[in-house]
Design a protein around this ligand. Structure first.
Ligand code: PLP
Length: 396
C-alpha cells in the first residue's frame, strides 16, 4: 500500500498521552489514581443550559445552519462583547466553530502561508504548535522562564521578530501556567505588534475564569489598531463547563471572517445546531454560574500554590486564572528527575497522582496540575504530592 500523509503521520504522540495510558493501566489494576491531568471543568453544564439544549431539539433546531454559525448566536456573541468589553462587533465579524480548537485552527490557517513564522510564547497550549506546522508555517518559540514570572515581555517578543513573522499567539489566561496578562502588559506588546505589523491571535477561552486580583483585558479592547489586527478566540467550553458541546468562535475583521467562513464551509460545515442554541442561553444567562465556578477554582488554586510553596525544588507562577498551575523543577528535584516527564511518571507510580509533563508545552522541566477536581480529590492529591516530595527531601 502507498504511504500515508507525511504531514499527518509526523504528528507526535504526546508525553501527556504516555502518562495518561500508564494512569489508566494502574487504575485497571485497582490502584486509586487522583487525576490532575484533565483540561476541562469538573462541574456539570448548568442545568438551564441543558434545558435549552433539550428544547432546541424539540423546537426543530436540528438542521444545517450557516457554516459559520447561526445569525442568532452571532448576534448574541456581539451583544456579549459589547456588554463585557465595550467592543463593537457586527455579525459579519464573527465565525462560530466546532469548539475553540477549530477556531484556533481556522484562525492560523486563514493567516499564514508556507514559511511564515508565528511567535509562540512558552508555556503554550500544545495544539498551537501542531496547528502552526500543519498550516506549513514555522512556530518560533519564545521562552520567558521564571525570571520573568513565566510571562512574555515586549523585549523578548522583539528579539523573535524576523521579516517572516506573520502573527503571535497570545493565550490569556494561560494554559498551562494560569498567568494573566494585565492591560498595561498588553499595551507594551501592542506597540511591538504595531511596529512589526503583526496579527495577534488572542486565545481568551478562559476569559471568564480570571481571579479577583487580576487585571484582565481583551486584547482587541486596547485600541482601534489592536482591534483590527486581533483575531479573538473564545468559546463556551471552559467558562460554562460545556466542553462536550463543541462551540467556539472567532471575532475579527470582516475580510478575515469571510475567508474563515469559506474554510468552515468546506471542512466542518456548521457547528452543532443544538449546541448553538444552548450557547445562546449560556451567553445570555451564564455569567453567575461562570463566576461561581471561577471562585471555586480560585480557592483551589490558592490551596495548591500554598502547599507547593514550601518546596525549594519547585518554582511556579501563582495562578491568576483558568484552573492550572505549572510547577517547574529546579535544584535537587531537577537533578533527580531530569525533566517534568520523569517527575510525572515517578509521581504516578509512587503516589498515584497523574499530572501532565510540559515538554509538549515548551517547558521541559515543568508539569501541569489541573485543579478542576472536587475538593476532596484536591485535598487527597495535595497530601499525596506533599508526602511524595517530603520523602525525597527526607532521604536527600
Ligand atoms: N485554547 C486553549 C488555551 C485551551 O486550553 C483549549 C482546551 O483545552 C482550547 C483552546 C480549546 O477548547 P475547546 O474544547 O473549545 O476546543
Amino acid at each position: 500500500m502507498k504511504n500515508l500523509s507525511e504531514k499527518i503521520t509526523s504528528l507526535p504522540v504526546t508525553a501527556a498521552l504516555t502518562v495518561d495510558l500508564r494512569a489508566r493501566a494502574l487504575a485497571a489494576e485497582g490502584r486509586n489514581i487522583i487525576n490532575f491531568s484533565v483540561g476541562e471543568p469538573d462541574f456539570p453544564t448548568p442545568d438551564f443550559v441543558c434545558t435549552a439544549g433539550c428544547e432546541a431539539i424539540r423546537n426543530g433546531h436540528t438542521r444545517y445552519t450557516n457554516a459559520s454559525g447561526s445569525p442568532q448566536l452571532k448576534k448574541k456573541i456581539a451583544e456579549y462583547y459589547k456588554k463585557r468589553y465595550g467592543l463593537d462587533y457586527e455579525t459579519g465579524n464573527i465565525a462560530v466553530t466546532a469548539g475553540g480548537k477549530f477556531a484556533v485552527y481556522a484562525a492560523v490557517t486563514a493567516l499564514v502561508n508556507p514559511g511564515d513564522e508565528v511567535i509562540l510564547p512558552a508555556p503554550y497550549w500544545t495544539s498551537y504548535y501542531h496547528i502552526i506546522t500543519l498550516a506549513g508555517a514555522v512556530p518560533v518559540i519564545c521562552n520567558p522562564g521564571p525570571e520573568n514570572g513565566f510571562k512574555l515581555t515586549a523585549d523578548l517578543l522583539r528579539e523573535k521578530i524576523s521579516p517572516k513573522t506573520k502573527a503571535v499567539i497570545l493565550n490569556n489566561p494561560n494554559n498551562p501556567s494560569g498567568v494573566v496578562y494585565s492591560r498595561s502588559e498588553l499595551e507594551k506588546f501592542a506597540e511591538v505588534f504595531r511596529e512589526a505589523d503583526l496579527y495577534v491571535i488572542a486565545d481568551e477561552i478562559y476569559d471568564h475564569l480570571v481571579y479577583g486580583g487580576a487585571d484582565f483585558a481583551c486584547a482587541a479592547s486596547l485600541d482601534e489598531d489592536m482591534k483590527k489586527r486581533t483575531l479573538v478566540i473564545n468559546g463556551v467550553s471552559k467558562s460554562y463547563a460545556m466542553t462536550g458541546w463543541r462551540i467556539g468562535y472567532i471575532l475579527a475583521e470582516e475580510r478575515i471572517i469571510k475567508v474563515i467562513s469559506a474554510l468552515l464551509s468546506h471542512t466542518t460545515g456548521n457547528p452543532n445546531s443544538i449546541a448553538q442554541e444552548a450557547a445562546i442561553t449560556a451567553l445570555e444567562n451564564g455569567d453567575e454560574a461562570a463566576s461561581e465556578m471561577c471562585r471555586a477554582y480560585e480557592k483551589r488554586g490558592k490551596k495548591l500554590a500554598d502547599a507547593l510553596a514550601g518546596f525549594d525544588g519547585l518554582e511556579f507562577a501563582v495562578p491568576e486564572g483558568a484552573f492550572y498551575i505549572m510547577p517547574c523543577l529546579k535544584g535537587r528535584l531537577l537533578e533527580k528527575f531530569t525533566d517534568g516527564a520523569g517527575f510525572a511518571l515517578a509521581l504516578l507510580e509512587k503516589a498515584g497522582v497523574a499530572v501532565v509533563p510540559c515538554s509538549d508545552y515548551g517547558v521541559e522541566r515543568g508539569f501541569r496540575i489541573s485543579y478542576s477536581v472536587s475538593d476532596s480529590e484536591l485535598e487527597e492529591g495535595i497530601s499525596r504530592i506533599t508526602n511524595f516530595l517530603s520523602e525525597i527531601y527526607k532521604n536527600d
